[in-house]
Design a protein around this ligand. Structure first.
Ligand SMILES: *[C@@H]1O[C@H](CO)[C@@H](O)[C@H](O)[C@H]1NC(C)=O
Ligand SMILES: *[C@@H]1O[C@H](CO)[C@@H](O)[C@H](O)[C@H]1NC(C)=O
Ligand SMILES: *[C@@H]1O[C@H](CO)[C@@H](O)[C@H](O)[C@H]1NC(C)=O
Ligand SMILES: *[C@@H]1O[C@H](CO)[C@@H](O)[C@H](O)[C@H]1NC(C)=O
Ligand SMILES: *[C@@H]1O[C@H](CO)[C@@H](O)[C@H](O)[C@H]1NC(C)=O
Ligand SMILES: *[C@@H]1O[C@H](CO)[C@@H](O)[C@H](O)[C@H]1NC(C)=O
Length: 348
């Protein structure tokens, strides 16, 4: 087939064929390996397939151009403890990407441009830590991470997720830390934590756009001493009984525009060891609230807030006309219907 015909066929058959085709003809990249103690021998290599003659501590790929991360790039038969792929313009990852590769502990794919983590992208691996920070991930499909029996730590900080989909996190019996801070999650759906199988779990949801916590968010969650980071969100109210029947070690709620927090959030069947709230929020709490704190034995931590949250920018006194005009121009240019003006933080 001439290359003209090939191009036409590619256009007709769309993305899948294009992906397969790209993976058949992927280009050579530069990568480094780092050996073990005592020498930590560092070697630079260049090739279309990453392979090892001996076991190494780290494979490092930095600043390459890899629009699609293909299985055919890897032939890791010796052991590599860690694989780093940093700032290499990855937009897509092929399914089952590291299947049969001998990468044992850590995978880090950060500073790339991945938009979707597709079903079965990461499956059947030995790794204990997966770090996908600072990509552009908007969607994580169901069962994107599956049968990662040793995975203890999954980092998704600094992406663009709008939704937390609990079905993405399937068969992760060792997971203890899930970081989703710095995303754009707006609401938390019922039974979001049913997948958690460990006590002392860390769920980090700070710096999102969460404005609602469904009463049944914790439904089906049966573990003890959850640490839940919900600071820097847009929560105004907590439903009565939202924490009931569950056990928390830390609940971080500071830097939310919360009002009227009462003891009804956590009654008889619920324990909280540490509760974190803004000083400003506590000022609106009544005596009953502080009695509740005492009877439940909660350690109350309050923050002197040097950042104030205002609902609706139009009420913010410190935003000047110039900034409003700039915001209007920017939002007109992009023509997006974002609620630019819903909330804003103003430093004192
Ligand atoms: C480390 O270096 C020493 C001396 O240069 C050498 O004998 C030894 O084989 C090296 N070890 C490894 C694991 O590369
Ligand atoms: C992968 O590596 C093994 C041994 O290291 C070699 O026998 C095999 O041919 C390689 N496969 C490819 C596709 O390069
Ligand atoms: C991985 O490497 C270890 C040690 O080098 C070896 O025993 C094992 O068979 C390898 N596994 C695979 C799937 O290649
Ligand atoms: C939960 O925390 C409490 C208080 O720190 C502690 O006594 C208890 O053993 C913890 N439970 C588990 C399962 O770690
Ligand atoms: C908490 O448990 C009690 C009894 O175990 C049950 O009646 C109640 O409905 C539960 N509440 C929630 C919010 O799950
Ligand atoms: C907060 O509580 C105070 C006193 O109980 C009440 O007057 C006020 O209406 C409440 N505000 C909201 C938003 O519920």
């Amino acid at each position: 087939m001439s290359s003209v015909w090939k191009t036409i066929v590619l256009l007709l058959h769309g993305q899948l064929i294009a992906t397969l085709n790209y993976c058949d003809h992927s280009v050579a990249i530069e990568y480094q390996t780092l050996g073990f103690r005592p020498n930590y021998t560092k070697e630079s290599r260049f090739g279309r397939i990453i392979s090892l003659e001996k076991n190494v501590k780290v494979i490092n790929i930095f600043n390459q151009n890899i629009p699609i991360l293909c299985k055919s790039l890897f032939n890791v038969t010796k052991t590599a403890q860690a694989l780093y792929i940093v700032k290499s313009k990855i937009r897509e990852i092929e399914e089952n990407i590291f299947k049969d590769q001998n990468i044992t502990n850590i995978v880090v794919i950060t500073g790339n441009k991945i938009a979707t983590i597709k079903t079965l992208t990461f499956g059947n691996l030995q790794i204990t830590s997966l770090d996908l920070r600072e990509n552009q991930i908007e969607v994580i499909e169901e069962k994107a991470f599956v049968k990662l029996f040793n995975l203890g730590d999954l980092r998704l900080t600094g992406n663009k997720l709008k939704r937390f989909n609990p079905l993405s996190y399937h068969q992760l019996p060792s997971l203890e830390i899930l970081s989703l801070d710095g995303n754009k999650i707006e609401a938390l759906e019922p039974e979001s934590l049913r997948f958690v199988q460990k006590d002392n779990f860390f769920m980090d949801l700070k710096r999102n756009r969460i404005f609602r916590l469904e009463g049944d968010f914790f439904g089906g969650f049966k573990r003890e001493n959850l640490s839940l980071y919900l600071s820097r969100n847009f929560l105004e109210v907590l439903p009565d009984g939202v924490f009931n029947n569950h056990s928390f070690y830390n609940v971080f709620l500071q830097k939310n525009p919360l009002r009227n927090v009462t003891g009804k959030i956590c009654t008889e069947s619920c324990t909280i060891t540490h509760l974190y709230l803004d000083k400003e929020c506590l000022q609106s709490c009544d005596k009953q609230f502080f009695d509740w704190i005492q009877t439940k034995g909660i350690i109350l931590n309050h923050f002197s807030n040097n950042v104030k949250v205002f609902r609706n920018c139009c009420r913010c006194k410190r935003i000047n006309l110039f900034l409003i005009i700039v915001i209007i121009i920017i939002s007109m240019n992009f023509g997006r219907k974002k609620h630019v003006c819903n909330f804003c933080y103003v430093s004192k």
